[in-house]
Design a protein around this ligand. Structure first.
Ligand code: ZN
Length: 164
């Protein structure tokens, strides 16, 4: 299993975690990094206000590392991504009003896609080079995990082998 692989276990099963901090690797950390998993089906993301049934994930982590991970997750979800999407909107409107968009309909569409791509690029680069230490997506049946650290992923896979 390498870092690009994911690992699935049934949603009603509590996973076994390696007994070290997910962020710094310290043995027997005293706390947990707790977060709510995302929806496996991205269409349901828009239903998040109605459906709060996504399972919580409790990953062993030192209290300080847990705070850092939670802060990062919060900043990405509630500041960085919304700002990136707002920037896309403003940039497209500005380009329209400044007369930068070509007359041809397909060319306009292409330029808009380029603007959106450029506005989202900083976040894509950030996520590519600094992926989350752990990600989880779930539906009623399965919970899918990703880990940025290959050795942590291997240990997690080993501990949860019966569900493979
Ligand atoms: Zn730690």
């Amino acid at each position: 299993m390498d870092s690009s692989d994911f690992f699935e276990i049934p949603s009603d099963v509590r996973p076994e975690w390696p007994s070290r901090c997910i962020r710094c690797g310290r043995e027997d950390p005293e706390g947990f990094y707790r977060f709510r998993s995302s929806h496996l089906d991205p269409r349901r993301c828009f239903n998040w206000l109605l459906n709060r049934a996504r399972p919580h994930v409790n990953v062993p982590a030192c209290p300080n590392c847990a705070r850092v991970l939670s802060l990062r997750r919060w900043c990405e979800r509630y500041i960085a991504w919304p700002l990136s999407f707002a920037l896309c909107g403003f940039a497209c409107i500005y380009a329209e009003q400044a007369g930068w968009l070509p007359q041809d309909r397909n060319a306009r569409k292409f330029v808009r896609i380029c603007i959106i791509f450029v506005c989202l690029l900083p976040m894509m680069i950030w996520i590519w080079f600094r992926p989350s230490h752990v990600q989880a997506e779930a539906d009623k049946k399965i919970c899918r995990f990703w880990f940025s650290n290959p050795s942590y992923a291997r240990d997690f896979a080993e501990l949860n082998k019966p569900f493979e």
